[in-house]
Design a protein around this ligand. Structure first.
Ligand code: 5GP
Length: 206
C-alpha cells in the first residue's frame, strides 16, 4: 500500500440531480469502476418494490425519526415529498476515517446541511441539457402522473436555479462525456490535502 492510500481519509462525494437527469446511470458507472460505499439513509417513507431495510434505506416510523433527530443522530435531514429523510452521522464518520470514499444521494437542502457537518465533502450537480429535455425524459419513463411530472419539473427548476454553490456542475447531454467529467472530478477530489493531513509529515519523516 502506498503512503497516500495508507493515510488518506475517505472522500464524501455528494451527487444531486433533478429526477430524469440521469443520475442513477452515472452513479452506477462510478461505483462499478471505483470501490465506493453508499451512505444508507433513514426514511419515514414505506419501502417500494424490492427495497430492503438496511440495504436501500433504514425504514423508520415518524416518531423514531423525530427522536433520533432530536438526539443529533443525523448529519443532515430533510422533508421530501411529505416524508423525512436523514443521513446517520456516526457510520459515515467511521467509514471515512477508515479511508472509504462515500457516495451520498440526497436532495439539495440536505446537501447544503452536509457541507456544514462534513466540510471535506465535495458536491456535484447533474443537470439535464434543458427543462424541455427533462420533461421529454420524464414522460418517456411513463412512470409518473401528469401532476407528478409538473411537480418534478417545478422542483427541478428551483433546484437548478439554486445550484451555484456546488463544486461541479455536469450537463448530462451525452452520457459518455458526462461520465468522463464525473470521473475526473471524483479523482481530482480524492487528492485534496484535507483528506491527507499527515502526508507531508510522513514524506518528510517527522
Ligand atoms: P426516494 O423516496 O425516491 O428514494 O427519494 C426521494 C428524494 O429523497 C431523492 O431526491 C433523494 O435524493 C432524497 N434523499 C434520499 N435520502 C436522503 C437523505 O438522507 N437526506 C436527504 N436530504 N435527502 C435524501
Amino acid at each position: 500500500m502506498s503512503i497516500e492510500q495508507g493515510l488518506r481519509r475517505g472522500l464524501p462525494l455528494v451527487i444531486c440531480a433533478p429526477s430524469g437527469a440521469g443520475k442513477s446511470t452515472l452513479v452506477g458507472r462510478l461505483t462499478a469502476e471505483f470501490p465506493m460505499e453508499f451512505s444508507i439513509s433513514c426514511t419515514t417513507r414505506k419501502p417500494r418494490g424490492n427495497e430492503q431495510d438496511g440495504v436501500d434505506y433504514i425504514f423508520l416510523d415518524r416518531d423514531t425519526f423525530i427522536d433520533r433527530r432530536g438526539l443529533g443522530y443525523f448529519a443532515e435531514w430533510a422533508e421530501v415529498h411529505g416524508n423525512f429523510y436523514g443521513t446517520p452521522l456516526k457510520p459515515v464518520q467511521d467509514r471515512l476515517a477508515q479511508g472509504k470514499d462515500m457516495l451520498f444521494d440526497i436532495d439539495v437542502q440536505g446537501a447544503a446541511q452536509l457541507s456544514l457537518s462534513l466540510p471535506e465533502a465535495r458536491f456535484v450537480f447533474i443537470l439535464p441539457p434543458s427543462l424541455e429535455e427533462l420533461e421529454r425524459r420524464l414522460r418517456g419513463r411513463g412512470t409518473d402522473s401528469e401532476e407528478a411530472i409538473r411537480l418534478r419539473l417545478a422542483n427541478a427548476r428551483s433546484e437548478i436555479m439554486s445550484s451555484h454553490w456546488f463544486d461541479a456542475i455536469i450537463v448530462n447531454d451525452d452520457l459518455d462525456t458526462a461520465y468522463d467529467q464525473l470521473r475526473s472530478f471524483y479523482l481530482a477530489s480524492t487528492l485534496q490535502p484535507s483528506l491527507q493531513p499527515q502526508l507531508a509529515r510522513a514524506i518528510c519523516g517527522k
